[in-house]
Design a protein around this ligand. Sequence first.
Ligand SMILES: Nc1ncnc2c1ncn2[C@@H]1O[C@H](COP(=O)(O)OP(=O)(O)O)[C@@H](O)[C@H]1O
Ligand SMILES: [Mg+2]
Length: 261
Amino acid sequence: MSTLQFTIEGLKATIEGKEILKGINLDIKGGEIHAIMGPNGTGKSTLASTLMGHPKYEVQDGSVTLNGEDVLDMAVDERARAGLFLAMQYPSEITGVTNSDFLRSAINARREEGSEISLIKFIRQMESKMKELEMNPEFSHRYLNEGFSGGEKKRNEILQMMLLDPKLVILDEIDSGLDIDALRIVAAGVNAMRDENRSFLIITHYQRLLDYITPDHVHVMMQGRIVKSGGPELAKRLEAEGYDWVKEELGIVDETVGESV
Ligand SMILES: Nc1ncnc2c1ncn2[C@@H]1O[C@H](COP(=O)(O)OP(=O)(O)O)[C@@H](O)[C@H]1O
Ligand SMILES: [Mg+2]
């Protein structure tokens, strides 16, 4: 029996005075993969950033809990320690910090003082995961994301996920910028991490990724809300027919969000 439970209730958030999230509800159990699909500008990345605690996004209402613990009350580093992980749509480049230094610090930040991972053990783990992701070993010595191609950045995000062993993984458009081979490798990495004590929230514009990672639940986001939910067949229909039928069905003219309030 899984013990993991991630719950979002009535989550509303604003950025620079604009209301973007207008009441999100999600119930994610251990081992489940939920996909959030939707056109651009509908609030998907805002949801990811709000869950991680990005300071630009202000929560106005609602609750987010991980195993009953109030996530919104936690600082970003506490969220990471609690097991939340976000692979970003646009990972930052950080000059002067090597990838391996960054990864080791991230691992140690989640551990108690005095129980830091040994350098040998860390290198062994990093090298084995990099091999799984078919990453060139030189990437461990490069500055974090600096000069990485879009696809290399995405693989590096997945490398972080594998090493950090999170409970709730949020992947924001991890498929963008990936060619089909890289997509397969990334999907294999995610599938290898599937576990009844880990859950995934996979944000994607296209259903292509979901050919390789089968979700349990699929949600469509428009106007800062989840407007439709279903199983994997919903993603297939969106792939075949696009988003227009959802808009028609629900009487939505403009699916984007972000008008001033
Ligand atoms: N950092 C930001 N500053 C200003 N506006 C933002 C910011 N992030 C998101 N928004 C606005 O929020 C809306 C939704 O954006 P986003 O969450 O990125 O959508 P999606 O990921 O679905 O494409 C857009 O109108 C966007 O301009
Ligand atoms: Mg986005």
